[in-house]
Unconditional design. Structure first.
Ligand code: UD1
Length: 367
C-alpha cells in the first residue's frame, strides 16, 4: 500500500490533482491518498468551487497560508508542511505544476528524505523573470520522479542533466479532467446566463505579473482589446490579482469604458469550460488554457512573449502573440476571419489516461 500526499495550493493545481486522487481511489488496495491544501489560493471562487466541480475530496489537511510575498508565502508553506510530512510519513509526496506551493513542498520532502514526484515536469519558457520558471527548474532538479506532459519536456530535462531513469513521459493530466467534465460543462446554462449569443464571443484571462502589474503592458493589451471588442463581445473573468492591479493602476474606468468587454468574477472549472469549449477565440496569458484550447480545437492567442508549452503551437491551436497592440489586433482579426478550422491534432498521450500512467509508474517504482 502506497501512502501518498497529494499537494494542492493554487487554482491551476486542482484540475491536475483531481484525476490522480480519483484514480488512486479506484485502486484502494494499493493507494492511500491524502490531500493537503496549502491555502495559497483561498477565495471561494479560486479554490472551494473547484473541489465541488472536480469532485475532489475535501483536503485532509489545510495549511491556510494565504497571500504574501513570494519568500514569505514559500517559507510559510515549508514551515507548515514539514510537520505534516513528519507526522503522516508518506511513501510519496506528489506535487503538480509550477506554483510557489510546488517548490515549497518539494524542498521540504528532499530535506526529509521523503520521495517526491513532480507532475507536469520539464516545461520551460526560458524566461527566468517568471516566478513559475524558477519553481519549475528547481522542483525538477530535486524531485525523484518527473512526470512529463510532452516530449519537449523530456528533452529539456535531459539537457539539464537529469538522468533518464527519473523521467516518465505520461501525457497531460489536465486533459483527464477536461475529457471527464466536458459533457457536463457543455450542458450548463453558463452562456445563456451571461447573455451570449451562440458561439459569437471571445474569452479572455489575464493574471501574469508581467502583464497586469505594469501599466504599460496592461494598457497595450487594453488598447488591443478595445479594437477586438468592436467585432464581438469579450468575456473577461477577472483574477483577484488583476482586479487589485486594475484598481491600483487607476485603470478601472478605462476597463469599464470598453464597450463589450464584459468583466465577471472568476469562474468555476465547469463554467469556464462551458465558455472555452464554444468560444470563437480565446486570449490568455495562462499556461493551462493554452493546453485546454489545443485539446478543444479552439483558436488561442497567448499574450506573452514565450510559452513553456511549445507543443500547443506546433500541434495545437496556439499562437504566441506577445503584448504589442498591433500584433494582438492583427492576430485576432486573422483568427476571426479564418472560418476553416485547423485539423484537430492531439499531442501524444493527451488521451485522458495520464493519471492511470502516473499510478502505474509509482507502483512500478515501488517494486
Ligand atoms: C498563482 C501562481 C501562478 C498561477 C496562478 C493561477 C505562483 C508564483 N503563481 O499566481 O503560477 O498561474 O496562481 O491563478 O505560485 N488572491 C486573492 N484570493 C486568492 C488568491 C490570491 O485575492 O484566493 C490575490 C491576493 O491579492 C494575492 C494575489 O491574488 O496577493 C496573487 O496571488 P498569488 O497566489 O501570490 O499568485 P497568483 O497571481 O494567483
Amino acid at each position: 500500500m502506497l501512502r501518498v500526499i497529494n499537494v494542492v495550493g493554487a487554482r491551476p493545481n486542482f484540475m491536475k490533482v483531481a484525476p490522480i486522487v480519483a484514480a488512486m481511489k479506484r485502486r484502494p488496495t494499493r493507494f492511500q491518498p491524502l490531500v493537503v491544501h496549502t491555502g495559497q489560493h483561498y477565495d471561494a471562487a479560486m479554490s472551494d468551487s473547484f473541489f465541488r466541480d472536480l469532485d475532489l475530496p475535501q483536503p485532509d489537511i489545510h495549511l491556510g497560508v494565504g497571500s504574501a510575498s513570494h519568500a514569505a508565502q514559500t517559507a510559510a508553506v515549508m514551515e507548515r508542511f514539514e510537520p505534516v510530512v513528519l507526522h503522516e510519513k508518506p511513501d510519496w509526496v506528489l506535487v503538480v505544476g509550477d506554483v510557489n506551493s510546488t517548490i515549497a513542498c518539494a524542498l521540504v520532502c528532499v530535506k526529509l528524505g521523503i520521495k517526491v514526484a513532480h507532475v507536469e515536469a520539464g516545461l520551460r519558457s526560458r524566461d527566468r523573470t517568471m516566478p513559475e520558471e524558477i519553481n519549475r527548474l528547481l522542483t525538477d532538479q530535486i524531485a525523484d520522479l518527473l512526470f512529463t506532459p510532452s516530449p519537449d519536456a523530456d528533452e529539456n530535462l535531459i539537457a539539464e542533466g537529469i538522468p533518464r531513469e527519473r523521467i516518465r513521459f505520461v501525457g497531460n493530466v489536465m486533459i483527464d479532467s477536461l475529457q471527464k467534465n466536458l459533457k457536463v460543462a457543455s450542458a450548463l446554462p453558463t452562456r445563456e446566463q451571461l447573455g451570449l449569443n451562440g458561439t459569437d464571443y471571445a474569452l479572455l484571462t489575464l493574471h501574469r505579473p508581467s502583464n497586469v502589474d505594469l501599466r504599460e503592458s496592461f494598457e497595450r493589451i487594453l488598447d488591443a482589446l478595445e479594437a477586438v471588442a468592436t467585432k464581438l463581445p469579450i468575456v473577461f473573468p477577472v483574477h483577484p490579482r488583476t482586479r487589485k492591479t486594475i484598481a491600483e493602476l487607476g485603470l478601472s474606468e478605462r476597463v469599464a469604458s470598453i464597450k463589450d468587454l464584459r468583466t465577471v468574477d472568476p469562474l468555476g472549472y465547469l463554467d469556464f469550460l462551458n465558455l472555452s469549449s464554444r468560444a470563437r477565440l480565446v486570449l490568455t496569458d495562462s499556461g493551462g488554457i493554452q493546453e485546454e484550447t489545443t485539446a478543444l480545437g479552439i483558436p488561442c492567442l497567448t499574450l506573452r512573449e514565450n510559452t513553456e508549452r511549445p507543443i500547443t503551437v506546433e500541434l495545437g491551436t496556439n499562437i504566441v502573440v506577445g503584448t504589442d497592440t498591433t500584433k494582438i489586433i492583427s492576430a485576432a482579426m486573422t483568427a476571426l476571419n479564418n472560418s476553416t478550422r485547423k485539423d484537430l491534432r492531439q499531442p501524444p498521450l493527451w488521451d485522458g489516461q495520464t493519471s492511470e500512467r502516473i499510478l502505474d509508474a509509482l507502483e512500478e517504482y515501488a517494486l
